[in-house]
Write a protein that binds this ligand. Structure first.
Ligand SMILES: Cc1ncc(COP(=O)(O)O)c(C=O)c1O
Length: 436
Protein backbone atom coordinates (compact mmCIF):
# COMPACT_ATOMS: atom_id res chain seq x y z
CA UNK A 1 0.00 0.00 0.00
CA UNK A 2 1.27 3.46 -0.81
CA UNK A 3 -0.15 6.85 -1.69
CA UNK A 4 1.79 7.46 -4.91
CA UNK A 5 -0.54 7.27 -7.83
CA UNK A 6 -0.61 7.99 -11.55
CA UNK A 7 -3.81 9.79 -12.58
CA UNK A 8 -4.75 12.03 -15.51
CA UNK A 9 -1.28 11.66 -17.04
CA UNK A 10 0.61 12.69 -13.92
CA UNK A 11 2.23 11.13 -10.88
CA UNK A 12 0.95 12.28 -7.51
CA UNK A 13 2.12 11.91 -3.94
CA UNK A 14 -1.23 11.96 -2.17
CA UNK A 15 -2.77 15.20 -3.47
CA UNK A 16 0.47 16.83 -4.67
CA UNK A 17 1.50 16.61 -8.34
CA UNK A 18 5.12 15.53 -8.40
CA UNK A 19 6.18 17.41 -11.51
CA UNK A 20 4.93 20.72 -10.15
CA UNK A 21 6.57 19.92 -6.82
CA UNK A 22 9.86 19.28 -8.62
CA UNK A 23 9.59 22.72 -10.28
CA UNK A 24 8.98 24.29 -6.88
CA UNK A 25 11.68 22.60 -4.75
CA UNK A 26 14.12 21.60 -7.49
CA UNK A 27 15.70 18.19 -8.12
CA UNK A 28 17.02 15.85 -6.96
CA UNK A 29 14.57 15.73 -4.06
CA UNK A 30 13.19 13.01 -1.81
CA UNK A 31 9.42 13.13 -1.29
CA UNK A 32 7.75 11.20 1.54
CA UNK A 33 4.06 10.49 2.06
CA UNK A 34 2.82 10.96 5.63
CA UNK A 35 -0.36 8.97 5.07
CA UNK A 36 1.64 6.01 3.73
CA UNK A 37 3.84 6.01 6.83
CA UNK A 38 0.83 6.18 9.16
CA UNK A 39 -0.90 3.51 7.09
CA UNK A 40 2.05 1.11 7.34
CA UNK A 41 2.18 1.46 11.12
CA UNK A 42 -1.58 0.86 11.32
CA UNK A 43 -1.45 -2.21 9.07
CA UNK A 44 1.41 -3.70 11.03
CA UNK A 45 -0.49 -3.19 14.28
CA UNK A 46 -3.58 -4.72 12.78
CA UNK A 47 -1.77 -7.81 11.46
CA UNK A 48 -0.20 -8.52 14.86
CA UNK A 49 -3.12 -7.14 16.92
CA UNK A 50 -3.72 -10.20 19.08
CA UNK A 51 -0.02 -10.34 20.02
CA UNK A 52 0.10 -6.64 21.01
CA UNK A 53 3.76 -6.20 20.00
CA UNK A 54 5.96 -3.29 20.97
CA UNK A 55 6.85 -1.71 17.61
CA UNK A 56 10.31 -0.12 17.66
CA UNK A 57 10.89 1.55 14.28
CA UNK A 58 14.52 1.17 13.13
CA UNK A 59 15.59 4.79 12.85
CA UNK A 60 18.48 3.91 10.56
CA UNK A 61 16.07 3.37 7.65
CA UNK A 62 15.04 7.02 7.55
CA UNK A 63 16.06 9.35 10.37
CA UNK A 64 14.53 12.61 9.20
CA UNK A 65 13.15 14.35 12.31
CA UNK A 66 9.74 14.98 10.75
CA UNK A 67 9.45 11.32 9.77
CA UNK A 68 10.52 10.19 13.25
CA UNK A 69 7.98 12.57 14.80
CA UNK A 70 5.16 11.06 12.72
CA UNK A 71 6.20 7.58 13.84
CA UNK A 72 6.49 8.61 17.52
CA UNK A 73 3.04 10.19 17.26
CA UNK A 74 1.73 6.88 15.95
CA UNK A 75 2.79 5.38 19.29
CA UNK A 76 5.90 3.52 18.17
CA UNK A 77 9.16 3.14 20.01
CA UNK A 78 12.53 3.10 18.25
CA UNK A 79 15.43 0.82 17.49
CA UNK A 80 18.64 2.87 17.47
CA UNK A 81 22.28 2.08 16.75
CA UNK A 82 24.24 5.15 17.85
CA UNK A 83 24.35 8.11 20.19
CA UNK A 84 23.39 10.27 17.23
CA UNK A 85 20.23 8.26 16.66
CA UNK A 86 19.47 8.42 20.38
CA UNK A 87 19.59 12.23 20.30
CA UNK A 88 17.53 12.29 17.11
CA UNK A 89 14.69 10.07 18.31
CA UNK A 90 14.52 11.90 21.65
CA UNK A 91 14.28 15.21 19.80
CA UNK A 92 11.46 13.71 17.74
CA UNK A 93 9.51 12.95 20.93
CA UNK A 94 10.39 9.29 21.52
CA UNK A 95 9.36 7.66 24.77
CA UNK A 96 12.74 6.49 26.18
CA UNK A 97 11.00 3.49 27.74
CA UNK A 98 10.27 2.25 24.21
CA UNK A 99 13.83 2.53 22.84
CA UNK A 100 16.00 -0.51 22.13
CA UNK A 101 19.69 0.16 21.48
CA UNK A 102 21.22 -2.25 18.91
CA UNK A 103 24.64 -2.42 17.24
CA UNK A 104 27.91 -4.30 17.67
CA UNK A 105 30.10 -1.34 18.59
CA UNK A 106 28.48 0.80 21.28
CA UNK A 107 30.94 3.05 23.10
CA UNK A 108 30.99 3.78 26.84
CA UNK A 109 29.83 7.34 26.14
CA UNK A 110 26.87 6.08 24.10
CA UNK A 111 25.97 3.62 26.84
CA UNK A 112 26.08 6.31 29.49
CA UNK A 113 23.88 8.68 27.47
CA UNK A 114 21.37 5.91 26.82
CA UNK A 115 21.24 4.74 30.46
CA UNK A 116 20.70 8.32 31.63
CA UNK A 117 17.97 8.77 29.01
CA UNK A 118 16.25 5.65 30.39
CA UNK A 119 16.18 3.38 27.33
CA UNK A 120 14.33 0.09 27.65
CA UNK A 121 17.17 -2.28 26.72
CA UNK A 122 20.59 -2.57 25.15
CA UNK A 123 20.65 -5.37 22.61
CA UNK A 124 24.01 -6.77 23.68
CA UNK A 125 26.08 -8.52 21.02
CA UNK A 126 29.27 -9.76 22.77
CA UNK A 127 30.90 -10.59 26.12
CA UNK A 128 33.10 -7.46 26.27
CA UNK A 129 30.09 -5.30 25.47
CA UNK A 130 28.14 -6.82 28.37
CA UNK A 131 31.12 -6.27 30.65
CA UNK A 132 31.49 -2.64 29.65
CA UNK A 133 27.75 -2.03 30.01
CA UNK A 134 27.90 -3.45 33.55
CA UNK A 135 30.80 -1.11 34.38
CA UNK A 136 29.06 1.95 32.96
CA UNK A 137 25.77 1.14 34.74
CA UNK A 138 27.68 0.72 38.01
CA UNK A 139 29.56 4.00 37.51
CA UNK A 140 26.43 6.03 36.79
CA UNK A 141 24.50 4.23 39.53
CA UNK A 142 21.53 3.24 37.38
CA UNK A 143 20.53 -0.25 36.28
CA UNK A 144 20.63 -1.04 32.56
CA UNK A 145 18.11 -3.26 30.77
CA UNK A 146 19.70 -5.97 28.64
CA UNK A 147 18.49 -8.12 25.77
CA UNK A 148 20.98 -10.63 24.42
CA UNK A 149 21.17 -10.63 20.63
CA UNK A 150 21.48 -14.19 19.49
CA UNK A 151 22.43 -15.40 16.10
CA UNK A 152 20.06 -18.31 15.40
CA UNK A 153 22.07 -19.44 12.34
CA UNK A 154 19.17 -19.17 9.91
CA UNK A 155 19.57 -18.30 6.24
CA UNK A 156 17.11 -15.48 5.45
CA UNK A 157 17.75 -15.88 1.69
CA UNK A 158 18.34 -12.20 1.02
CA UNK A 159 21.31 -10.31 -0.48
CA UNK A 160 24.54 -11.39 1.25
CA UNK A 161 25.32 -7.78 2.27
CA UNK A 162 22.11 -7.62 4.32
CA UNK A 163 22.18 -11.09 5.84
CA UNK A 164 22.90 -10.89 9.57
CA UNK A 165 21.65 -14.05 11.26
CA UNK A 166 24.10 -16.66 9.97
CA UNK A 167 26.99 -18.02 11.99
CA UNK A 168 29.58 -16.21 9.83
CA UNK A 169 27.98 -12.76 10.29
CA UNK A 170 29.46 -10.29 12.77
CA UNK A 171 26.17 -9.78 14.63
CA UNK A 172 25.01 -11.45 17.85
CA UNK A 173 26.33 -14.55 19.58
CA UNK A 174 25.34 -18.15 18.97
CA UNK A 175 22.60 -19.64 21.10
CA UNK A 176 24.91 -21.47 23.53
CA UNK A 177 27.03 -18.38 24.16
CA UNK A 178 23.83 -16.36 24.35
CA UNK A 179 22.73 -18.43 27.30
CA UNK A 180 26.06 -17.94 29.08
CA UNK A 181 25.87 -14.19 28.45
CA UNK A 182 22.27 -14.00 29.61
CA UNK A 183 23.14 -15.77 32.88
CA UNK A 184 25.99 -13.33 33.39
CA UNK A 185 23.53 -10.45 32.96
CA UNK A 186 21.12 -12.06 35.45
CA UNK A 187 23.92 -12.33 38.00
CA UNK A 188 25.11 -8.72 37.59
CA UNK A 189 23.89 -6.24 40.22
CA UNK A 190 23.33 -3.35 37.81
CA UNK A 191 22.07 -5.29 34.79
CA UNK A 192 18.52 -6.54 34.24
CA UNK A 193 17.97 -9.27 31.68
CA UNK A 194 14.76 -8.12 30.01
CA UNK A 195 14.82 -9.77 26.62
CA UNK A 196 16.29 -12.07 24.03
CA UNK A 197 16.64 -10.62 20.55
CA UNK A 198 17.49 -11.73 17.03
CA UNK A 199 17.58 -9.95 13.69
CA UNK A 200 18.37 -12.22 10.76
CA UNK A 201 18.64 -9.73 7.90
CA UNK A 202 16.84 -7.20 5.77
CA UNK A 203 14.44 -7.35 2.81
CA UNK A 204 13.47 -10.91 3.70
CA UNK A 205 10.75 -12.14 1.41
CA UNK A 206 10.06 -15.52 3.01
CA UNK A 207 8.36 -16.15 6.32
CA UNK A 208 9.91 -19.54 7.10
CA UNK A 209 13.31 -18.18 8.23
CA UNK A 210 11.46 -15.94 10.69
CA UNK A 211 9.54 -18.81 12.17
CA UNK A 212 12.78 -20.78 12.61
CA UNK A 213 14.64 -17.84 14.15
CA UNK A 214 11.81 -16.88 16.50
CA UNK A 215 11.36 -20.46 17.65
CA UNK A 216 15.06 -20.88 18.50
CA UNK A 217 15.12 -17.51 20.25
CA UNK A 218 11.96 -18.27 22.19
CA UNK A 219 13.30 -21.65 23.34
CA UNK A 220 16.35 -19.95 24.82
CA UNK A 221 14.20 -17.30 26.51
CA UNK A 222 11.93 -19.96 28.04
CA UNK A 223 14.97 -21.89 29.34
CA UNK A 224 16.18 -18.72 31.07
CA UNK A 225 12.84 -17.46 32.32
CA UNK A 226 12.67 -19.38 35.61
CA UNK A 227 15.92 -17.68 36.66
CA UNK A 228 15.24 -14.26 35.12
CA UNK A 229 12.45 -12.36 36.91
CA UNK A 230 12.73 -9.34 34.57
CA UNK A 231 12.69 -11.31 31.31
CA UNK A 232 9.58 -10.16 29.44
CA UNK A 233 10.50 -9.44 25.78
CA UNK A 234 11.10 -11.60 22.76
CA UNK A 235 12.47 -9.35 20.03
CA UNK A 236 12.36 -10.74 16.49
CA UNK A 237 14.14 -7.76 14.90
CA UNK A 238 13.13 -6.19 11.59
CA UNK A 239 13.83 -7.11 8.01
CA UNK A 240 10.29 -7.60 6.68
CA UNK A 241 10.42 -7.46 2.89
CA UNK A 242 8.62 -4.86 0.79
CA UNK A 243 7.73 -4.73 -2.91
CA UNK A 244 10.28 -3.04 -5.15
CA UNK A 245 9.84 -4.78 -8.48
CA UNK A 246 6.68 -6.85 -8.12
CA UNK A 247 4.24 -7.86 -5.44
CA UNK A 248 6.96 -10.15 -4.13
CA UNK A 249 6.87 -9.48 -0.39
CA UNK A 250 4.73 -11.57 1.95
CA UNK A 251 1.66 -9.89 3.41
CA UNK A 252 2.00 -8.73 7.00
CA UNK A 253 -0.64 -11.21 8.06
CA UNK A 254 1.61 -13.98 6.73
CA UNK A 255 4.50 -12.90 8.99
CA UNK A 256 2.09 -12.73 11.90
CA UNK A 257 0.63 -16.13 11.07
CA UNK A 258 4.12 -17.67 10.98
CA UNK A 259 5.15 -16.44 14.43
CA UNK A 260 1.77 -16.51 16.20
CA UNK A 261 1.85 -20.21 17.14
CA UNK A 262 5.39 -19.82 18.45
CA UNK A 263 4.85 -16.69 20.48
CA UNK A 264 1.23 -16.69 21.59
CA UNK A 265 0.81 -17.70 25.19
CA UNK A 266 4.56 -18.03 25.83
CA UNK A 267 4.48 -15.30 28.46
CA UNK A 268 6.80 -12.93 26.57
CA UNK A 269 5.83 -9.73 24.77
CA UNK A 270 6.89 -9.57 21.15
CA UNK A 271 9.11 -6.68 19.99
CA UNK A 272 9.29 -5.80 16.28
CA UNK A 273 12.02 -3.58 14.79
CA UNK A 274 10.74 -2.72 11.30
CA UNK A 275 12.50 -0.04 9.29
CA UNK A 276 12.04 -0.53 5.55
CA UNK A 277 8.49 -1.82 6.00
CA UNK A 278 7.30 1.46 7.49
CA UNK A 279 9.07 3.93 5.21
CA UNK A 280 10.45 2.11 2.14
CA UNK A 281 7.42 2.55 -0.10
CA UNK A 282 6.56 5.89 1.48
CA UNK A 283 9.18 7.78 -0.53
CA UNK A 284 10.14 8.64 -4.11
CA UNK A 285 13.12 10.54 -5.45
CA UNK A 286 12.53 13.14 -8.14
CA UNK A 287 15.30 13.60 -10.65
CA UNK A 288 15.55 15.64 -13.85
CA UNK A 289 16.82 14.31 -17.17
CA UNK A 290 19.97 16.20 -18.15
CA UNK A 291 20.98 14.46 -21.38
CA UNK A 292 20.16 11.60 -23.71
CA UNK A 293 23.23 9.83 -25.01
CA UNK A 294 23.52 6.97 -27.49
CA UNK A 295 26.73 4.86 -27.50
CA UNK A 296 26.42 2.30 -30.30
CA UNK A 297 23.41 0.22 -29.38
CA UNK A 298 23.42 1.48 -25.82
CA UNK A 299 20.92 4.12 -24.69
CA UNK A 300 21.89 6.25 -21.71
CA UNK A 301 19.62 8.66 -19.89
CA UNK A 302 21.76 10.94 -17.74
CA UNK A 303 19.92 12.42 -14.77
CA UNK A 304 20.77 14.84 -11.97
CA UNK A 305 20.64 12.24 -9.15
CA UNK A 306 23.47 9.82 -8.62
CA UNK A 307 24.78 7.00 -6.48
CA UNK A 308 25.56 9.52 -3.73
CA UNK A 309 21.78 10.16 -3.47
CA UNK A 310 20.67 6.53 -3.87
CA UNK A 311 23.36 3.90 -3.44
CA UNK A 312 21.13 0.82 -3.27
CA UNK A 313 21.42 -0.10 -6.99
CA UNK A 314 25.24 0.04 -6.89
CA UNK A 315 25.68 -1.47 -3.44
CA UNK A 316 23.01 -4.17 -3.24
CA UNK A 317 21.90 -4.50 -6.87
CA UNK A 318 18.74 -2.86 -5.53
CA UNK A 319 15.88 -2.42 -8.01
CA UNK A 320 13.79 0.76 -8.09
CA UNK A 321 10.96 1.37 -10.52
CA UNK A 322 11.57 4.58 -12.48
CA UNK A 323 9.01 6.41 -14.59
CA UNK A 324 8.40 9.94 -15.93
CA UNK A 325 6.16 12.04 -13.69
CA UNK A 326 4.10 13.12 -16.71
CA UNK A 327 2.78 11.11 -19.67
CA UNK A 328 1.53 7.55 -20.06
CA UNK A 329 0.98 5.54 -16.89
CA UNK A 330 3.73 3.18 -15.74
CA UNK A 331 3.45 -0.54 -16.44
CA UNK A 332 1.77 -2.42 -13.61
CA UNK A 333 3.88 -3.64 -10.72
CA UNK A 334 5.77 -6.72 -11.88
CA UNK A 335 6.19 -5.77 -15.54
CA UNK A 336 8.56 -3.28 -17.15
CA UNK A 337 6.76 -2.29 -20.36
CA UNK A 338 8.01 -2.61 -23.90
CA UNK A 339 9.89 0.65 -24.38
CA UNK A 340 13.54 0.85 -25.46
CA UNK A 341 15.81 -0.09 -22.55
CA UNK A 342 18.12 2.55 -21.13
CA UNK A 343 20.81 2.76 -18.49
CA UNK A 344 19.63 5.55 -16.19
CA UNK A 345 22.84 7.00 -14.82
CA UNK A 346 23.94 9.91 -12.65
CA UNK A 347 26.68 12.54 -12.91
CA UNK A 348 29.08 10.89 -10.43
CA UNK A 349 32.47 9.91 -11.83
CA UNK A 350 32.12 6.17 -11.21
CA UNK A 351 30.99 3.41 -13.56
CA UNK A 352 28.93 2.11 -10.63
CA UNK A 353 26.90 5.31 -10.69
CA UNK A 354 23.59 4.07 -12.02
CA UNK A 355 19.98 4.03 -10.87
CA UNK A 356 18.92 1.33 -13.33
CA UNK A 357 20.48 -0.82 -16.04
CA UNK A 358 18.71 -1.82 -19.26
CA UNK A 359 15.41 -0.46 -18.05
CA UNK A 360 12.55 0.03 -20.53
CA UNK A 361 11.72 3.74 -20.46
CA UNK A 362 9.57 5.87 -22.78
CA UNK A 363 11.39 8.54 -24.79
CA UNK A 364 12.41 11.39 -22.47
CA UNK A 365 13.82 14.86 -23.09
CA UNK A 366 16.16 17.04 -21.04
CA UNK A 367 14.07 18.76 -18.39
CA UNK A 368 11.65 15.85 -17.93
CA UNK A 369 11.23 14.77 -14.32
CA UNK A 370 11.47 11.09 -13.41
CA UNK A 371 10.17 9.48 -10.21
CA UNK A 372 12.42 6.83 -8.67
CA UNK A 373 10.13 4.73 -6.53
CA UNK A 374 10.51 3.01 -3.15
CA UNK A 375 13.27 5.27 -1.80
CA UNK A 376 11.85 6.01 1.63
CA UNK A 377 14.32 3.63 3.32
CA UNK A 378 18.11 3.47 3.09
CA UNK A 379 18.33 6.31 0.56
CA UNK A 380 18.73 9.79 2.08
CA UNK A 381 20.34 8.26 5.18
CA UNK A 382 23.00 6.56 3.08
CA UNK A 383 23.60 9.67 0.99
CA UNK A 384 26.97 11.36 0.77
CA UNK A 385 28.62 14.44 -0.65
CA UNK A 386 30.87 12.41 -2.96
CA UNK A 387 32.01 14.51 -5.93
CA UNK A 388 31.06 17.53 -3.78
CA UNK A 389 27.43 17.11 -4.62
CA UNK A 390 24.87 18.85 -2.45
CA UNK A 391 22.52 16.59 -0.51
CA UNK A 392 18.95 16.91 -1.81
CA UNK A 393 16.07 18.30 0.21
CA UNK A 394 13.52 16.03 1.87
CA UNK A 395 9.85 16.91 1.48
CA UNK A 396 6.95 15.52 3.48
CA UNK A 397 3.53 15.48 1.81
CA UNK A 398 0.35 15.26 3.84
CA UNK A 399 -2.86 15.39 1.82
CA UNK A 400 -2.60 18.24 -0.67
CA UNK A 401 0.08 20.12 1.31
CA UNK A 402 3.82 19.66 1.66
CA UNK A 403 6.64 20.80 3.91
CA UNK A 404 10.36 20.90 3.16
CA UNK A 405 11.64 18.97 6.18
CA UNK A 406 15.31 19.15 5.23
CA UNK A 407 16.72 21.96 3.15
CA UNK A 408 18.90 21.36 0.12
CA UNK A 409 22.53 21.79 1.17
CA UNK A 410 24.42 24.83 0.02
CA UNK A 411 27.98 25.19 -1.22
CA UNK A 412 28.74 26.80 2.15
CA UNK A 413 27.40 23.67 3.95
CA UNK A 414 29.85 21.56 1.98
CA UNK A 415 32.87 23.31 3.50
CA UNK A 416 31.48 24.42 6.86
CA UNK A 417 33.53 21.97 8.94
CA UNK A 418 36.85 22.55 7.19
CA UNK A 419 39.67 24.82 8.39
CA UNK A 420 42.83 26.11 6.77
CA UNK A 421 45.93 24.34 8.17
CA UNK A 422 47.07 27.67 9.56
CA UNK A 423 47.63 26.64 13.16
CA UNK A 424 49.58 23.41 13.64
CA UNK A 425 50.11 22.17 17.20
CA UNK A 426 52.14 19.41 18.82
CA UNK A 427 50.48 16.39 20.44
CA UNK A 428 49.26 17.13 23.96
CA UNK A 429 49.26 20.92 23.54
CA UNK A 430 45.92 22.64 23.90
CA UNK A 431 44.46 24.20 20.77
CA UNK A 432 45.49 27.64 22.07
CA UNK A 433 49.22 26.75 22.04
CA UNK A 434 50.16 26.85 18.41
CA UNK A 435 53.54 26.16 16.88
CA UNK A 436 54.37 28.16 13.82
C1 LIG B 1 19.11 -4.81 14.63
C2 LIG B 1 18.28 -4.31 13.50
N1 LIG B 1 16.96 -4.15 13.68
C3 LIG B 1 16.16 -3.70 12.69
C4 LIG B 1 16.68 -3.38 11.46
C5 LIG B 1 15.74 -2.86 10.41
O1 LIG B 1 15.72 -3.66 9.29
P1 LIG B 1 14.64 -3.40 8.15
O2 LIG B 1 14.76 -1.98 7.74
O3 LIG B 1 15.03 -4.33 7.07
O4 LIG B 1 13.31 -3.70 8.74
C6 LIG B 1 18.03 -3.55 11.21
C7 LIG B 1 18.60 -3.24 9.89
O5 LIG B 1 19.70 -3.45 9.54
C8 LIG B 1 18.87 -4.01 12.26
O6 LIG B 1 20.18 -4.18 12.09
Amino acid sequence: MDSFEHRDGQYYAEGVALEALAREVGTPAYVYSASTIRGHVARLREAFADLDPLICYAAKANGNLAVLTLIAEAGCGFDIVSGGELARVLRAGADPGKIVFSGVGKTAAEMEAAILAGVLVFNVESEPELELLGEVATRVGRPAGVAIRVNPDVDPKTHRYITTGKRENKFGVDLARGEVLARRAIAHKQLRLRGIQCHIGSQITEVTPYAQAVERTRDLALRLKPDAPDLEYLDMGGGYGIYYRAADAPALVDYAAAVRPIVKGCGLRLVLEPGRLIVGNAGVMLTTVLYNKQSGAKRFVIVDAGMNDLIRPSLYEGYHRIWPTRGPPPPPLGSEGGEAPADIVGPVCESADFLAIDRPLPPVEPGDVLAVMSVGAYAAVMGSNYNDRLRPPEVLVDGDRFAVVRERESIEDLMRMERPAAAYRTLGASSGETVS
